[in-house]
Write a protein that binds this ligand. Structure first.
Ligand code: GLA
Length: 678
């Protein structure tokens, strides 16, 4: 899908292959005249990188402490002592990686989101709420978000999380992982059985739309339970450290087998796959999770309130059980309101990602008494037009069918690219220096973006017209619109986009005008949620945000690594899909990244993808923009270098379990003294 690249990645991503920092090799040359203009980064992020082992470790500490109200509950016999609730060796967040150090307990963190919880059964593909609810609830075998803080030479795969360590056999065909002996939020032990249930009865069950597709750990991969806290993946071919990244959010996150098994058709003859998917509705609380805060109140379109998980399995170096913050709010409004409220100080956090707001938000956040500060990162957000390359899916008549033959024609796609004045599109989105043309492929702020591998078909209306003429597209009936040679129909293309996003609307308006000028009529089709149309491949042209930054995060949003993706080139019901050779080359390059132990080889594979994508105009890029993170100044340990999006979104990058607020700055809790009750 297009609207939120993440959403699709979540549906289908194959995970992330993190590579070493040696990413600036020169790649094969491309036509000298088809190059991108120079880019002026707006990033003001400055920070020192640390070693991967400086972030956290696992060890038993001599004593443990907890939020005072939990200690009271222990004294009243309502909870077991903290040492019994924690693992034998908890995950210990190291003080050296915290800008403000060890925290104080208490207080509230206020999110504002445009997302809504769909339901709590994420194992069956539901989302619990974009904008930070998902990430607060799910814990995954490994973690990648905080890798932005790690030195290039230490970027050899993900960070440990539920899997505290792992090792490979000699020929790299077996990966053995050791699990932390954490507890679920209801006190039930987390163990290999939960991982087995996730893998066997969800990922590998073709009837369950798991976030990880069945081939997400490689074709033919199996998993064995070795003992209660050890699992092993067996691969059909040798793999590299990149493969482990598939086990990060949100593809590698187990759910509570002790709750879910009773609803799964394999264990319950009365259940169906649909009843399983919806077994944990968003109005039944609290769900059982491994995350730091548990939803306890959900008032639809109003608020989700989350309270600390008394069984959370992470501590600081003084043995204080995390998180520090007692309560989290998610006000359920709009994405744009998230920025407005962060700037006004009624929200604590925003990924500022709507360039139309930037000038005003920057102006307000620069005053010394502003509650927040805007810090721009590199340009990682990009928008594009996707042309449906399927010959059959969503094709309703012979006109659609003929349109698709043009979409599949490289010269047609190049002509569209030449018809677009991306500087003007950018200025219509936000006046000023914010946007930069997007040629497709990796965003310019990605560590994997390579200038020399990027082909750019910039604005040249005359060239666009010449190319369209040469394709036999001429205006035979004099109405200003080119006619297609086969059906004789006007070249009229429906363009689906999200009507809730001003950034998209402005780009669509510009595209309508610019393509109109070369005789192509665009019929805008605004919809509330393009997701279902996108996922079904039921569109001709789609506009939306779909940025690619780390090659293996959200892979399925971008290249055909599975039959179920990307949305603009899906396999049809009969199993047909006619991939181009250069699409297959991108998939092969990605597979190499998952298998190699040589970072130079992996970096070169990313260049192969970039070159194939941009030379062939796989999608017609529009513009790319930086994002800025807004965090209320009262929040401590919010590292100033945190990117809005890199290995993951800022909600993960900022490591919320170690955020805190000085007691004098703490906001009153709505549900003081409470824990989730089961
Ligand atoms: C949505 C938002 C992003 C981010 C993610 C996190 O996609 O647009 O800024 O908050 O949710 O899930």
């Amino acid at each position: 899908m297009t609207v939120r690249s993440e959403k699709n990645s979540l549906t289908k991503s194959l995970g992330v292959a993190l590579l070493s920092g040696t990413l600036s090799l020169t790649a094969g040359s491309v036509l000298a005249q088809e190059k991108m203009p120079p880019e002026q980064s707006m990033s003001s992020l400055e920070y020192e990188l640390i070693g991967r082992d400086d972030l956290w470790t696992y060890k038993a500490l001599p004593e443990y402490h907890e939020a005072p109200y939990l200690a009271d509950m222990v004294a009243e016999g309502k909870l077991p002592p903290v040492a019994e609730r924690l693992p034998s060796e908890p995950l210990v967040m190291l003080t050296g990686a915290m800008v403000d150090g060890i925290g104080e307990y208490g207080g509230v963190f206020r999110h504002v989101i445009g997302g809504r919880p769909e339901g709590w059964n994420h194992l069956a593909g539901q989302h619990q709420g974009w904008g930070g609810i998902n990430m607060a609830m799910q814990e995954c075998l490994v973690r990648t978000g905080p890798l932005w803080q790690v030195k290039a030479e230490d970027q050899s795969g993900p960070l440990p999380n539920l899997a505290k360590s792992w090792e490979w056999n000699e020929d790299n065909t077996q990966l053995t992982m050791h699990l932390v002996d954490a507890k679920w939020s209801d006190g039930d032990p987390f163990d290999s059985e939960d991982v087995r249930f996730w893998w066997e009865d969800n990922v590998q069950d073709p009837n369950v739309a798991s976030w990880m597709p069945p081939e997400g750990m490689g074709e033919g991969t199996t998993m064995d339970v070795i003992d209660a806290y050890t699992i092993r993946f067996n691969f059909t071919e040798p793999q590299g450290p990149g493969r482990v990244n598939s086990l990060t959010y949100d593809t590698g996150c187990p759910g509570p087998s002790h709750i879910l098994m009773q609803y799964h058709p394999k264990y319950n003859p009365d259940a169906t796959y649909e009843s399983y998917r919806t077994a944990l509705p968003a109005d039944e609380l609290p769900p059982v999770i491994l995350g730091a805060w548990v939803p306890v109140v959900h008032r639809p379109d109003e608020i989700v309130i989350m309270r600390r998980n008394p069984y959370y399995w992470k501590v600081d170096e003084n043995g204080n059980q995390l998180p520090y913050l007692n309560e989290m709010h998610f006000k359920l409004t709009t994405w744009s309101d998230r920025t407005t409220q962060a700037v006004a100080g009624t929200g604590d956090f925003s990924n500022m990602e709507n360039p139309g707001n930037y000038v005003e938000a920057l102006r307000q956040s620069q005053s010394p008494d502003s509650p927040t500060k805007a810090e721009f990162g590199p340009r990682v957000l990009s928008w594009e037009l996707q042309l449906n390359l399927s010959e059959t899916l969503g094709v309703e008549d012979e006109v659609d069918a003929e349109l698709r033959t043009f979409f599949r024609n490289k010269d047609f796609r190049i002509a569209l690219s030449h018809a677009l004045d991306r500087d003007a599109i950018g200025q219509s989105v936000a006046r000023g220096p914010f946007t930069y043309p997007h040629p497709g492929g990796f965003s310019v702020g990605s560590p994997f973006y390579d200038y020399d591998s990027t082909v750019y078909y910039g604005f040249d209306q005359e060239k666009a017209n010449t190319m369209l003429d040469a394709l036999g597209l001429t205006d035979t009936d004099g109405n200003g619109i080119r006619n297609m040679p086969g059906t004789g129909a006007d070249m009229e293309i429906d363009l689906t986009y999200d009507n809730g996003e001003a950034t998209d609307k402005k780009q669509v308006d510009a595209v309508v005008q610019m393509l109109g000028e070369v005789g192509i009529s665009i019929l805008p089709r605004p919809v509330d949620d393009p997701g279902p149309l996108a996922d079904a491949g039921n569109f001709n042209m789609m506009e939306g945000r779909n940025h690619w930054v780390i090659p293996t995060y959200g892979t399925c949003d971008h290249i055909p690594v599975s039959a179920t993706c990307p949305n603009w080139h899906l396999t049809d019901e009969a199993g047909n899909r006619n991939l181009f050779d250069w699409e297959q080359e991108m998939v092969d390059a990605f597979n190499l990244m998952q298998q190699t132990w040589d970072p130079v080889e992996a970096a070169n594979a990313a260049k192969t993808i970039q070159k194939n994508w941009t030379e062939n105009v796989y999608t017609v890029g529009l513009v790319q923009a930086p994002a800025a993170l807004l965090i209320n100044k009262r929040i401590k340990n919010a590292h100033p270098g945190t990117p809005v999006f890199m290995f993951n979104w800022a909600e993960d990058n900022i490591v919320r379990e170690r955020l805190w607020t000085a007691s004098e700055d703490q906001i009153d809790e709505l549900l003081p003294g409470t824990i989730p009750e089961y």
